[in-house]
Design a binder for this molecule. Structure first.
Ligand code: HBI
Ligand code: FE
Length: 291
C-alpha cells in the first residue's frame, strides 16, 4: 500500500487538508451490494476471532445496516462515543497530512469500493478496509487515545527522520495486531479483520510466528506489504499498548534503534516471548523454495 497514487499537493476538488466529500448518493446499487457481501462474509469469519472491543464497535456503530455507511451519519455515533470522525480522502495522503488528521481524531478513509471480481484483492485501501477494518475500534476509548497518540508521535517522528521505524509500530499493531484475551489470541488489526484469508491465517495457520509485543522489537522488524505477515505481535491489552506509547519518550528509542540491526520479517530472536514459533511453510512455498 506504499507509493501508490501519492500526489504531492491535494488533487483537484480536495481541500487543503486533502479531504473531499464522500458523495454518498453517488454509490451505485452494485457498490452497496459489494459492501453487503463483504460485510456478511467477514462478520461470519470474525465470530470468535475478533477481539471484544472490535465486535462491540461494529454493534454500537450499527455497521450491520445495509449498504456503504454514510460518513455523516456514522460520525454522529462515533463522535458521541470518542470524539473521532471519519473524513473522506482521494487515496493515500502524505504522511504529515495523515498524522495531522490522526492527531486531531480524524480518521481518513478512501471512498471507492473494490469491484465485485476483486473481493480478495486490494492494492489500495478502499472504504471497506478503512471503515470495516479501522473504524469499529475507534469507538473504544482506549484505542481511540492510542490512535491519537500515534498521530502525535508520527508528526514528531518526521523531525527525527524516523518515520520508517515508527511506521512498523502502526503496521504491527493498527494493521496486523493480535491481542490476548482471556488466555486466547484474538484479532484487532484492520488489515487482518478486513481480509477473508488472513483472518483465518493469522490465528490458525502454523506458518507465522506469534510474538509477545515489545516496542523496540516491533520497531526493528521489517514487514511485507504483498502477502500475509510472517510474524504477528501480540499485545496484552489496549491499555498496555497505549501505556507503551504515551509514556515512552521516543527520542531515546530512535537513538537505540540506530545501534540495532533490523530484524527480518520471519525471524525469532532468543529474547522473544513466543506464543507460536512459526514453520514459515506458507511463506517458503510462496517463494518457491522446497521444504
Ligand atoms: N493515507 N489514506 C491514507 N491511509 C493511510 O493509511 C495512510 C495514508 N498516508 C500515509 C500513511 N498511511 C502512512 O504514513 C502510515 O501507514 C504510517
Ligand atoms: Fe489500513
Amino acid at each position: 500500500m506504499k507509493d501508490l497514487h501519492i500526489h504531492e499537493t491535494p488533487p483537484e476538488g480536495a481541500a487543503s487538508d486533502w479531504t473531499i466529500a464522500q458523495n454518498w448518493s453517488d454509490y451505485s446499487p452494485q457498490d452497496h451490494a459489494t459492501w453487503d457481501t463483504l460485510f456478511a462474509r467477514q462478520t461470519r469469519q470474525l465470530q470468535g476471532r475478533a477481539c471484544a472491543a472490535y465486535l462491540k464497535g461494529v454493534d454500537t456503530l450499527r455497521l450491520s445496516r445495509p449498504g456503504i455507511p454514510d460518513f455523516e451519519e456514522l460520525n454522529e455515533r462515533l463522535a458521541a462515543l470518542t470524539g473521532w470522525r471519519v473524513v473522506a480522502v482521494p487515496g493515500l495522503v502524505p504522511d504529515d497530512v495523515f498524522f495531522d488528521h490522526l492527531a486531531n481524531r480524524r480518521f481518513v478513509s478512501g471512498t471507492f469500493i473494490r469491484r465485485p471480481d476483486q473481493l480478495d484483492y486490494l492494492q489500495e485501501p478502499d472504504v471497506f478496509h478503512d471503515v470495516f477494518g479501522h473504524v469499529p475500534l475507534l469507538a473504544d476509548p482506549v484505542y481511540a487515545d492510542y490512535m491519537q497518540a500515534y498521530g502525535l508521535g508520527g508528526l514528531r517522528s518526521l523531525q527525527f527522520g524516523a518515520l520508517h521505524k515508527l511506521a512498523r509500530l502502526y503496521w504491527y499493531t493498527v494493521e496486523f495486531g493480535l491481542v490476548e484475551e482471556e488466555g486466547r489470541l484474538k484479532l484487532f488489526g484492520a488489515g487482518i479483520v478486513s481480509s477473508h484469508g488472513e483472518s483465518i491465517f493469522a490465528l490458525d495457520d502454523a506458518s507465522p510466528n506469534r510474538i509477545a509485543f515489545d516496542l523496540l522489537r516491533v520497531m526493528r522488524t521489517e514487514y511485507r506489504i504483498d502477502d500475509y505477515q510472517q510474524s504477528y505481535f501480540v499485545i496484552p491489552s489496549f491499555e498496555a499498548l497505549l501505556k507503551a506509547t504515551v509514556e515512552t519518550d521516543f527520542a531515546p528509542v530512535y537513538a537505540a534503534l540506530e545501534t540495532l540491526d533490523d530484524v527480518a520479517p520471519d525471524a525469532a530472536l532468543p529474547q522473544d516471548r513466543l506464543f507460536t514459533r512459526g514453520t514459515q511453510a506458507y511463506a517458503r512455498a510462496k517463494m518457491g523454495v522446497a521444504g
